[in-house]
Design a protein around this ligand. Sequence first.
Ligand code: PLP
Length: 372
Amino acid sequence: MKVPFLDLSIQTAQIRDDINVSIQEVIDKSAFSLGFAVEKFETEFAAYLNAKFVLGVNSGTSALHLALIAAGVSAGDEVITVSHTFIATAWAISYAGATPVFVDIENDHYTMDSTQIESKITSKTKAIICVHLYGQSADLDAIKAIADKNNLALIEDAAQAQGTTYKGKSIGSHGLATCFSFYPGKNLGAFGEAGAVATNDPKIAERIKKLRNHSQPEKYIHEELGFNYRMEGLQGAVLSVKLKKLDQWNQQRIEIAAIYNERLGNHPKLKVPKVRDKSKHIYHLYELGFESKEQRDNCSSFLTANEIQNGLHYPIPVHLQKAYSHLGYKKGDFPNTEAAADRLLSLPIFPGMAKEQSEFVCQKILEFANIL
Ligand SMILES: *Cc1c(COP(=O)(O)O)cnc(C)c1O
């Protein structure tokens, strides 16, 4: 049985008619850049998140970049974040002219270890970016308390957390600004590149609205360095249709995760993901832990040989990437981050995945694990 890592065509088939209508409307009205379809999506997504403002942009990376600028981060500043993330979290800090300062992750939840933040704060620190990795929230109360106490902006990277909640409240309005990616493979994905910033702060919203559109409050009036980070009308149209399905699709991921947890959770050699008490987990990625890199790599090869696609998120932590070698970090600096990079394996999980497929994945993993 072939098991893909992700099959977007199943989602697309469910919404084809609605998508065709909404795309046609954008074409008929020639509203290709920002425009009515983007505004409609912004309003709907803000209501979904229970946030006051949503600003559509052209990627998750752009969302993070503009959130940092709007929060007042500029050249020479420092921003505290994690090394265990997709590298774009760090790129955005660098684009703003600031330096990423890394802390380790918690061993259980793979998100920012709040106890390490305060020792990294200097007079240059302006902000913290926490990442709601894999689909569950970071330890928001603890991180927010530190941000507030030290007068730092809290920016959330929610690229993998569309529909996640923390203490029953949607991820999207806990920090100063929450950044989403709608890259096609994300839980809410566009038909191309897109992203958004959610905020309750009218000043942040106003600033991002200008910055994303060449910093022009009026046509051909430019008050500061601007960007072309506008969301495309067609992406807004697609996202509006898909947003209606988000909870249902997340629920399907949760059901697949439950099968994995049940079948693999009792095996002494395997570590299934632990969900934070206060958070929902929407399993953008399902991470299975092994006791060593060798076991993880061998299991990955075994699954591949059995036509089960699998992935690594992420095999080289940001602090060990060549692009950031100038920061002077070395192997051993963040033990939990490095262990996660070495030992986690991403299993197939997507809406519409057949129960037989997840059962087959479990069967093959147990076959592998039972001879360890
Ligand atoms: C996908 C992702 C991003 C970047 O989003 P793009 O839309 O690809 O720019 C940033 N952070 C995390 C954690 C991501 O998963």
